[in-house]
Design a protein around this ligand. Structure first.
Ligand SMILES: Cc1ncc(COP(=O)(O)O)c(C=O)c1O
Length: 349
């Protein structure tokens, strides 16, 4: 088994100390319930809260769109795992993306997006944000020069997924963070496919991390959700304001399920990334496919963990048909794919 030595110095409910990833996954934001001592955060399935007096909410909880203790627990845990200053949990990954876009961009601004962005992200830019007056250019995010060429004087955000869904392209987060800073833009990293277990974009200079918690973070294929984690608490406040104003919150039961996914993280990742003997999972040719890309697989030419600073391998892969070995065959999310997220979620049980 791979030994995870990664630690974080965090000022959380646990205090300011250094903790291992697994400890944060199990404890950050999840101290025993004050009233009962329950070690797992209760599901606060409530829409509103009694106040001690008019305008005097207990511990700040007033209305559940604005705040919920179960959601807070998840948000704090995700912020700790990503090494960010604030986490926010949303109804879905796309709800998180939408809230982020409408917070950091204005009509007339421009965004650089991956030329193989997740289809729903592409749709959000092409069919929704564009009508709102936001322009975008698609660039190959594994090529910093291509990203640089796509930047205009109105660019406010460089948006990357690394790895991308579906083609598993890898971006050099530190190089793109420097590029974004040079142009007064923000670097947003969709970390859905790597997860903070393997890659922490904020430590590499990213401003915002996006998650579809529907995938690895949730880990059980039983909940849809999204998250943002930010490096700058001021931006965190703006996003929290807009999350309440726009309303795309993560519900308490969904937050609880997602927290349970976080608690299983280390074992889930070790299981997806390695074989029982502890070596990286590799994929071999089959009668229908000639090879694959899976990060960490020694036989994979596109494996670039050092460049991406991704620590280790993951469970996703891309494969090609025998007939056209240069053509991507099935994405990691494709129907029937042997490495679909639902399959990975099975491994994570
Ligand atoms: C990389 C990536 N980002 C964002 C999303 C959107 O997330 P959700 O389906 O939770 O809205 C997905 C969904 O598959 C995804 O794969």
């Amino acid at each position: 088994m791979r030994a995870v030595t990664r630690t974080r110095v965090r000022a959380t409910s646990l205090g300011t100390m250094t903790y291992g990833f697994e400890t944060l996954a199990i404890h950050a934001g999840q101290e025993p319930d004050e009233r009962t001592g329950a070690v797992i955060p209760p599901i606060f399935q409530t829409s509103t809260y009694a106040q001690d007096a008019v305008g005097a909410p207990r511990q700040g909880y007033e209305y559940a769109r604005s705040g919920n203790p179960t959601r807070d627990a998840l948000q704090e845990c995700l912020a700790a795992l990503e090494g960010g200053r604030r986490g926010l949990a949303f109804a879905s990954g796309l709800a998180a993306e939408d809230t982020l876009l409408r917070t950091v961009c204005r009509p007339g601004d421009h965004v650089v997006i991956p030329d193989d962005a997740y289809g729903g992200t592409y749709r959000l830019f092409a069919k929704v944000a564009e009508r709102w007056g936001l322009s975008w250019t698609a660039a190959r995010i594994s090529d910093a020069d291509a990203v640089r060429a796509a930047i205009t004087d109105r660019t406010k955000v460089i948006w990357v997924e690394t790895p991308t869904n579906p083609l598993l392209n890898i971006a050099d987060i530190a190089a793109l963070a420097a590029l974004a800073r040079e142009h007064g833009a923000r670097l947003v990293v969709d970390n859905t496919f790597a997860s903070p277990y393997l890659q922490q974009p904020i430590s590499l200079g990213a401003d915002v991390v996006v998650h579809s918690t529907t995938k690895y973070v949730g880990g059980h294929s039983d909940v849809v959700g999204g998250a943002l984690v930010v490096a700058d608490p001021g931006l965190g406040d703006e996003l929290a304001y807009n999350q309440n104003a726009m309303g795309a919150i993560n519900g308490p039961f969904d937050a609880w399920l997602t927290l349970r996914g976080c608690a299983r993280w280390a074992s889930a990742w070790t299981g997806t990334a390695t074989t029982p003997s502890g070596s990286p999972r590799t994929c071999t040719a089959t009668p229908r496919s000639s090879g694959c890309t899976t990060q960490g697989c020694p036989s994979t030419p596109a494996t670039r963990p050092r460049r991406s600073r991704c620590e280790g391998s993951a469970g996703w892969c891309r494969s090609w048909p025998r007939a056209a070995s240069s053509t991507p065959w099935r994405s990691a999310t494709g129907p029937g794919s042997s490495c679909s997220p639902s399959r990975l979620a099975e491994w994570s049980h």
